[in-house]
Design a protein around this ligand. Sequence first.
Ligand code: PEP
Length: 253
Amino acid sequence: MRKKIVAGNWKMNLTLLEGAELVNDIFKGLPILSEDKKVVIAPPYTHLTQTAEQLTGMIDVHLGAQNCACEASGAYTGEVSAAMLKSAEVEYVIIGHSERREYFNEDDATLAKKVNQALSNGLEVIFCCGEPLAIRDADTQNEYVENQIKAGLFHLSDSQMGHIVIAYEPIWAIGTGRTASSAQAQDMHAHIRGVVAAKYGETTAENTSILYGGSCKPSNAPELFACPDVDGGLIGGAALKASEFIGIIEAMA
Ligand code: PEP
């Protein structure tokens, strides 16, 4: 059975002190979660060790990173490897976020290498996909997202695919306050599950968690998460406020 997941992507926000306070506040309000539900917190690299210490003993809350290098090690100034993340007790890594694709020119080949690095170091991958507005307006979003998934993931073996979470994040909904309707999200998630099924079979597709991301908040999360193929959310802005993040976690219950 696939898991429901709410993952908070802090992006480039919060100092160490602010991050520690946020994690404490999340703990205070965290509901009891059943075994099939998980929370992931993905702070900036500088916060990982501190956050790992705070998460000690919290079985429902897992540590994530927002990126990793596409190479294993060496002269790559400023990069952080998947092995380093693993050694910092990171469990999940977000790969292919639209901000990485757009602002840091991360192409499909680079992202496929990052996925390989993450998996070979024992990390779970949250692989992001999603179309820009022009593609949605042209009604070609299904092919666009399908191509992103094929390019980033379809070199993986069946067992490797078991360590992939997919996050569908329409770019026009990220940080804009404009959310995909639950019908738009469900349509795309069902399409993505079908794409995974065609390559890896129904069982793998049924077991793959597919998260929605894009201006998700406590008010719209219940309707989005009630869709049969929406298995939780990747949360940006609303992950920076404990009360909002907890409201979204509650919507997964
Ligand atoms: C994101 O960037 O992954 C995201 C979903 O952001 P927001 O929730 O702020 O739209």
